[in-house]
Design a protein around this ligand. Structure first.
Ligand code: NI
Length: 424
């Protein structure tokens, strides 16, 4: 489909990446942004009336586990170890692939309806999770979680699953990455093997890193190094590596991360809720780290709504630093759009000619956005996601006038309620 989106306000980036709302027509063709402005011949384009709507780059949730969506509220107000090892993991062990499919679809519905067009998802259900992403029409980097001592022995079946689902589901919208779970569930040997495979197959990598104080201290005890130093010495960190959390950083860690080119995805709500602390954004920024944002899974957030995450992140940083000038609305919005676009080399996160047509349309007459004296402020400090009217991914509407175009909403709600009853 070719679309001429007319009558709306388009959010572009100006000089120095400052936000720049313009009144202009926006043309979409072949899944990409064809033009912003006026086209002499637009006869082939279907007109989309965007009067009263603000069109922004689709938001990117760069760390989540959509299959956990039905676990919302299953393990609140407990310690990290209790949460992971005694609450979440037993449910994961009992879950079926079909359960994961419906749960992941529920997560995609929540994300799409709150303006997210792209996600990075680490999961453990071969084929079922990519199938949910495909059916939802969302753009995703998908990694089957890897754990164990060696990719050729105890880690072999998971790695094979990762390769098989990539072969079956890779598409324009679905990319695949290698996702070793964490340094405390993967051996040094396995991490080295994953790194070699990533280079051999030209794949990106994602890992949870420096999330809890225990992880940090255990790493010092086992290796005499911080988690960041440990991965640096393994040669694991590079521009195609995405590190989730990075709350427990110290000393040289910031410089090492900066020099490595690795991307950091912050999950402030999950970190706070599990009592793991808050990332030191000030230091990250001083060292020029590449920072994006994500929600983490619904078992630890309990929301998949990036408007909520952006708001919390910015306010938390201001409170923590006792400085209202830190984590500005514009910086925070860039984390969820432009910065994320630089991860795994996707042309997303900006509304410019040649970029992928991943767009979120917001109702500017929604009470919380009125009057929008400052667009970034409206999006980060006032919006709650309910203002999202329509969402386009790769030039197709997946959500239009608050209705899903491909997902059977009632069926997903029925199935996930049924699944939750089995385990919770
Ligand atoms: Ni996670």
């Amino acid at each position: 489909m070719k679309y001429k989106i007319t009558g709306g306000t388009i959010l572009q980036m100006g000089a120095n990446a400052a936000l720049c709302p313009v009144q202009a027509d926006l043309y979409v063709a072949d899944g990409k942004i064809a033009h912003v402005g006026t086209l002499a011949d637009d006869t082939d384009y279907e007109t989309v009336d965007a009067k009263g709507l603000l069109v922004i780059p689709g938001l990117a949730n760069m760390h989540t586990h959509a299959y956990m969506s039905f676990m919302r509220g299953c393990a609140d107000d407990v310690s990290f170890d209790e949460w992971l090892f005694r609450r979440v993991m037993p449910i994961e062990d009992a879950m079926t692939g079909e359960d994961a499919y419906w749960s992941a679809l529920l997560g995609c519905m929540e994300m799409i309806s709150t303006g997210t067009t792209r996600i990075t998802d680490m999961h453990m259900f071969k084929g079922d999770v990519p199938r949910a992403m495909r059916d939802a029409g969302i753009r995703a980097n998908i990694g089957r979680g890897l754990v164990g001592d060696d990719l050729t022995t105890d880690g072999a079946s998971r790695f094979r699953e990762a390769m098989e689902e990539m072969a079956e589901y890779k598409s324009d919208l679905l990319d695949f990455i290698l996702a070793p779970h964490a340094i405390y569930t993967c051996s040094e040997r396995l991490l080295r093997q994953v790194n070699d495979k990533a280079h051999e197959l030209s794949l990106g990598k994602e890992i949870h890193l420096a999330e809890s104080r225990k992880e940090y201290e255990d790493c010092i005890k086992a290796h005499g190094k911080s988690p960041v130093e440990y991965l640096t010495e393994l040669g694991f960190l590079d521009e195609r590596t995405l590190l989730a959390h990075c709350v427990q950083l110290d000393g040289e860690d910031y410089r090492l991360l900066s020099e490595s080119g690795a991307h950091v995805v912050l999950n402030p709500v999950s970190n706070a809720k599990l009592g793991n602390g808050a990332p030191n954004y000030l230091k990250m920024n001083q060292h020029g780290l590449r920072i994006c944002i994500g929600t983490d899974g619904a078992a630890s957030n309990n929301s998949q709504n990036l408007f909520h995450e952006m708001n919390y992140f910015s306010l938390l940083q201001k409170a923590q630093c006792r400085d209202p000038k830190i984590a500005t609305a514009q910086e925070t919005l860039r984390m969820a759009t432009m910065n994320a676009g630089k991860v795994f080399g996707k042309k997303t996160g900006l509304i410019e000619e040649g970029y992928l047509a991943d767009l979120t349309f917001l109702d500017m007459n929604a009470l919380a956005l009125t009057p929008a004296n400052d667009i970034a402020s409206a999006l980060v400090y006032s919006a709650n996601g309910s203002e999202v009217d329509s969402v386009m991914v790769g030039g197709n509407f997946v959500y239009r006038k608050k209705e899903f175009t491909a997902i059977d909403r009632e069926r997903v709600l029925y199935e996930t309620a049924r699944i939750a009853k089995k385990y919770l």
